[in-house]
Design a protein around this ligand. Structure first.
Ligand code: GDP
Ligand code: MG
Length: 162
């Protein structure tokens, strides 16, 4: 079976937009409203001749146990089932306390974990990115799911660990 990359992170950071960019289609549901229920969905992806499965997580319901607990649970599931994990944070917002909690969970992973900052649509957004090193997940990869900026470098890094 092909290796699995799970994409985790808070609602509305741009996970599905990035997944759509990577698979080159518009299948992952992009929502403007945070917290709309979305299930884990798997997609076939191809980069540099290598196939892998992308799992877009994101089904957080507002009435459930709370966003932080819910996303940490998703991260736990990803750690148990995926070959590698991509934590997505909003590069225009920076790391929130929820991002820090999820990063803490992911630092216990025995699978590789990569960090990317989305919504970095142009070079102006790059200045804030270095601060994300403090999440303790290594190099933060700046990307724009909307425009594609940085996605090739991110995928190169993904294939190195997958
Ligand atoms: P998800 O909940 O993490 O899957 O986030 P979505 O992919 O549904 O995106 C949430 C919102 O952020 C939508 O309004 C997107 O258009 C916007 N968004 C996502 N990626 C980018 C990006 O790279 N740049 C900008 N400017 N907006 C983005
Ligand atoms: Mg989504």
């Amino acid at each position: 079976a092909q290796p699995v990359l799970a994409v985790v992170g808070r609602p509305n950071v741009g996970k599905s937009t990035l997944v759509n960019r990577i698979i080159g289609r518009r299948e992952a549901v992009v929502q403007d409203v945070p917290g709309v229920t979305r299930d884990r969905v798997a997609y076939d992806a191809l980069w540099n001749g290598r196939r892998f499965t992308l799992v877009d997580t994101g089904g957080w319901t507002p009435d459930a146990k709370g966003m932080q607990a819910s996303i940490s649970a998703q991260a736990e599931t990803a750690m148990a089932t995926a070959d590698a994990i991509l934590l997505v944070v909003d590069g225009q917002v920076g790391a929130t306390s929820v991002d820090e909690a999820v990063a803490r969970t992911l630092r216990r992973s025995d699978r590789p974990v990569l960090l990317c900052a989305t919504k970095v649509d142009d070079a102006r957004g790059l200045g804030e990115i270095a601060a994300l090193w403090r999440l303790g997940l290594g190099e933060p990869h700046p990307v724009s799911g909307l425009h594609g900026r940085g996605s090739g470098d991110l995928l190169d890094a993904v294939l190195e660990v997958l």
